[in-house]
Design a protein around this ligand. Structure first.
Ligand code: SF4
Length: 261
């Protein structure tokens, strides 16, 4: 039986208990007390009923979490969004990671009709013309597929870290994401880049070959460039836009204050 099938079967067997904001706050506090990533993943699996999904971008953070999932043996539905504009190195890492960790990564693609309409309206690289066009592209290629992949899930694991950017400085370990209708779990919210890099190196976690070529944060190929020494680690993402609004819409949560730990 595949991991995904096991996850769906397990999700069906578990009671999907509603999680109050208080429950989520307690979970966030408990996660903060645990030292290791696999302990945190085991705890969230034991605490949250129903399917827990992990959306991996194959970045450094998500590769560490994938290792933690494998180390914990937790039953997690792992998927990635194939936007159709990824670097070949990113796609290669899917197969390498499946083999290394013995896990299946579900590949979720955008609806072909949505992409065709978008390209017909804005052009093949229309995302560079205006912020609205860029947001529309991310909506079609990332946000809608993410919502489809998370449909029916009780919780969603992400690799968000507070140190990644000013906009992520208040990321909690667990929060109620009312817009998505689930619990958002950020098990490495408190990790610095140094902790992350040490974890990856000491556990021989496979990483995107582009990291060694000046790409600390990797998104779609036409929207990511290498950074220069001294630049912020996300400076290479949508570099033609202002720093303030550099999010693709996957992690916008107006309820962020709900469950900070
Ligand atoms: S990162 Fe760029 S190519 Fe990828 S979905 Fe967003 S706008 Fe489109």
């Amino acid at each position: 039986m595949t991991q995904q099938a096991k996850s769906q079967q397990s999700g069906a067997q578990r009671a999907v208990a509603p999680q109050s904001p208080g429950d989520v706050s307690v979970l966030a506090e408990q996660l903060a007390t645990l030292a290791t990533l696999d302990q945190r993943i085991a705890l969230l699996r034991a605490t949250v009923g129903g399917r827990i999904a992990f959306s991996t971008s194959l970045g450094l953070e998500d590769q560490a979490i994938l290792h933690g999932i494998a180390a914990s043996g937790a039953d997690i539905d792992v998927f990635t969004l194939d936007t159709g504009r990824h670097f070949p190195e990113t796609l290669d890492l899917i197969a390498v990671s499946e083999q290394r960790f013995g896990l299946k990564i579900r590949v979720v693609a955008p609806e072909a009709a949505d992409v065709e309409r978008l390209v017909a309206r804005d052009g093949i690289n229309g995302f560079r013309s205006t912020i609205a066009a860029r947001v529309a592209c991310c909506e079609v290629r990332k946000v809608r597929p993410l919502h489809r992949a998370l449909d029916g899930a009780a919780a969603w694991i992400t690799g968000l870290r507070r140190a990644q950017s000013a906009g992520r400085a208040d990321v909690p370990f667990a929060e109620t994401d009312r817009a998505m209708g689930l619990i958002k779990l950020n098990p490495i919210a408190d990790w610095t880049l140094a902790i992350l890099e040490t974890y990856v190196a000491s556990n021989d976690v496979p990483v995107n070959a582009l990291h060694a070529r000046g790409f600390p944060s990797i998104g779609c190929q036409p929207c990511t460039r290498a950074i220069r020494p001294g630049e912020d680690i996300r400076a290479g993402r949508w570099w033609w836009e202002n720093e303030d609004g550099k999010e693709c819409g996957l992690h916008n949560n107006p309820n962020r204050k709900v469950a900070r730990a």
